[in-house]
Design a protein. Structure first.
Lengths: 114, 114
DNA sequence: TATATCCTTGGCAATATTGCCAAATAAGAA
DNA sequence: TTCTTATTTGGCAATATTGCCAAGGATATA
């Protein structure tokens, strides 16, 4: 890896890191349906407001969401809906893993039956 | 978030976490071109063998790659090529962020020129 | 068997992430 | 202005990640 490659992969990793948390993935899913205020998301997630606010700032810094003030509230919106294709791929990996598990289990069953 | 939702988002986050590292993203890119032995990847990355081996085991545990022994070597192969669509999306986010930066800069230039 | 090669694992220190509480800030309402 | 609501920020302890070194398999070759 040369310097430029390192920079490229670091840039990618930084965005992926922003997604690498259950609450933040949940937020992305929720914002895909509609923009939401911090308070709404906080209630849906069931964590401290400050925690959710920090999660949102991680997503914002990564350029995944944008915010907009409306009165005292702050509305967050998903900026790149392609994030969801991404999640489709993750689901494929999960399914593939599950399939592998099932195969392992059925293999053991067969052997035990002999 | 109910219990099942928590489990779902945790499962997704675990796979995304496995991708959230520059060296591991590089490995995924390299394995997309062709399967590789640990030693080859180690040389390409320029880290300690043990470090690369641990990165590979993270990817393997997440179900993103598979390994296969060949003599003393261990060949790793990308299991889910859809991972790359995923990276396409990440590139979109990076480009979008860059665009935003350019806009901010050009805005400042305009003001400075007045 | 001995020896070399390739890879994984254990251990550990440095660093980063997470989530809560408390305090600060922002904006509208009284 | 003062009060209230909505959100962000600072601080901190608990936890997780990272990367090196050293040691431990596993497999081929002499």
């Amino acid at each position: 890896m040369n310097q430029n490659e390192v920079k490229l992969y670091e840039a990618r990793a930084n965005i992926i890191k922003a997604l690498a948390h259950p609450s933040r993935l949940y937020i992305v899913d929720m914002l895909n349906k509609q923009p939401r205020a911090v308070g709404e998301l906080t209630e849906m997630i069931g964590a401290d407001t400050s925690t959710v606010s920090k999660h949102l700032s991680v997503l914002k810094n990564a350029g995944i969401v944008v915010d907009e003030k409306r009165g005292t509230a702050v509305i967050y919106t998903l900026k790149c809906p392609c994030i969801l294709d991404f999640i489709g791929c993750i689901e494929e990996v999960i399914e593939s893993n599950t399939k592998t598990q099932v195969e392992i289990l059925s293999c053991c069953k067969t052997r035990a039956a002999r």
